[in-house]
Design a protein around this ligand. Structure first.
Ligand code: COA
Length: 379
């Protein structure tokens, strides 16, 4: 590893917005099971005739054992839990008002700016990097740029599903290396409750809402307490195992087409089996390239989809069963927050590390896509 230069990109600070409402597994399962009972009662004849299958109850034991999730934050709790609605209700706002996705992105961005002691006017670019964009245009990033009062500069949206934030960090770092920007915000607002089918037993427990922000800056501009970026790497490999077919061509399709796949759908077992080796190998290759060994890593901030997946990946990287200190979990309280998961883990569990400590931010998900960002605490 070469020594740091003034124009090298670093992580200056992070920010987090957590919605005030939280839904426990117990509350979620109770709501789903009431919905399933009502549905079975309404379809009793068809079920008895063997035309349709009865809906089977969901269980808190399954959810916690299979995923590690205990609760999730959401923008609107009561409509999600109402068996008649089972979707968030976020009233449409007039165009002149700040969009809800921009609003939570701005909240996270403001925290990152404050922690870095940075004035919004000094930021050159903002990337809105997330899975669930509220609209195609104008870009959410441009609205965030305006709401922050950034003035000159530019913003654009990017969607690489769960890996959006790490892809955003590499993009920001590349802008800085190329001299196209000195200070770049990577904002990941995720209202995943909008794209989740809360009536699907296989996936109704998976997601939560949140927003994160990462401020990437030139080393000579960043505050003293920053994180050197030792290396970033991105990977994609096509798979239909996690998919969302929602889009503007939906209305061009036949109206008789089943709409269940217009939400998040996945083959969870296949994802688990295919992504664990893919990501473990990617991390090992990247470590090799940087001349790092697992024993030199103080902490892993892994994507937060499944605790069992993270246990396996951390074991392969570190060479032993990781402690909670070595590979902290936030999905127990936040569930899967798509691109924001590894950034929440970094935000909440990096303050105690010491100068020289090395860690890895790693995301993975739909595409498939994966990103690795090795960082070292400066000082
Ligand atoms: N309550 C109770 N039982 C349930 C259930 C629920 N909510 N959902 C599914 N089950 C049952 C299934 O019906 C199945 O029963 P069977 O064995 O009698 O057929 C059993 O549990 C196992 O189902 P399966 O889907 O194979 O579970 P799993 O152990 O693979 O766990 C996930 C499911 C989604 C938690 C897990 O596969 C996962 O997290 N995979 C990785 C996903 C990922 O990282 N995705 C990235 C998204 S961004």
């Amino acid at each position: 590893m070469t020594s740091k230069r003034a124009a090298d990109p670093v992580i200056a600070a992070t920010g987090l917005f957590t919605p005030p409402h939280s839904i426990s597994n117990e509350e979620l399962v109770e709501s789903y099971n009431r919905y399933a009972e009502n549905w079975n009662a309404q379809h009793a004849d068809a079920i008895a005739a063997g035309d349709v299958d009865a809906k089977v109850a969901s269980s808190t034991e399954f959810i916690e054992k299979a995923s590690g999730i205990q609760s999730r934050h959401v923008m609107d709790k009561w409509s999600v839990l109402d068996p008649q609605i089972m979707a968030p209700r976020l009233p449409e706002r007039p165009d002149e008002e700040l969009s809800v996705l921009a609003e939570i992105g701005v909240a996270a961005a403001k925290m990152a700016l404050e922690r870095a002691g940075r004035d919004a006017g000094e930021v050159d670019a903002v990337l809105c990097a997330c899975s669930n964009l509220q609209r195609p245009y104008p870009a959410m990033a441009v609205e965030i740029q305006d709401a922050l009062g950034m003035g000159d500069g530019f913003g654009f949206d990017m969607n690489v599903a769960c890996s959006s934030a790490t892809f955003g960090i590499q993009t920001a770092a590349d802008f800085i290396r190329a001299g196209n920007a000195r200070s770049v915000l990577v904002v990941s607002p995720e209202i995943t409750s909008g794209h989740l089918n809360w009536r699907d037993r296989d996936s109704h427990f998976i997601f939560g809402d949140v927003a994160t922000a990462v401020l990437v800056e030139r080393a000579d501009m960043a505050p003293a307490a920053h994180w050197d970026i030792l290396g970033t790497r991105l990977k994609t490999s096509f798979s239909n195992n996690i998919r969302n077919n929602f889009g503007f061509l939906n209305r061009a399709h036949s109206e008789t087409r089943d709409t269940d796949d217009k939400w998040f759908v996945q083959e969870g077992r296949k994802v688990f089996k295919e992504v664990v080796p893919m990501v473990s190998a990617m991390i090992a290759d990247h470590m090799n390239e940087l001349g790092l060994r697992g024993s030199q890593l103080r902490r892993l901030w892994l994507h937060q989809a499944n605790a069992n997946m993270n246990r396996l990946i951390a074991h392969r990287v570190l060479g032993h069963e990781a402690t909670e200190d070595e590979s902290p979990t936030v999905l127990d309280r936040y569930a899967n927050t798509s691109s924001a998961g590894s950034i929440i883990a970094f935000h909440e569990h990096s303050g105690d590390l010491e100068a020289g400590d090395i860690g890895l931010i790693c995301s993975f998900g739909a595409g498939y896509s994966a990103g690795t960002v090795f960082v070292r605490k400066a000082g």
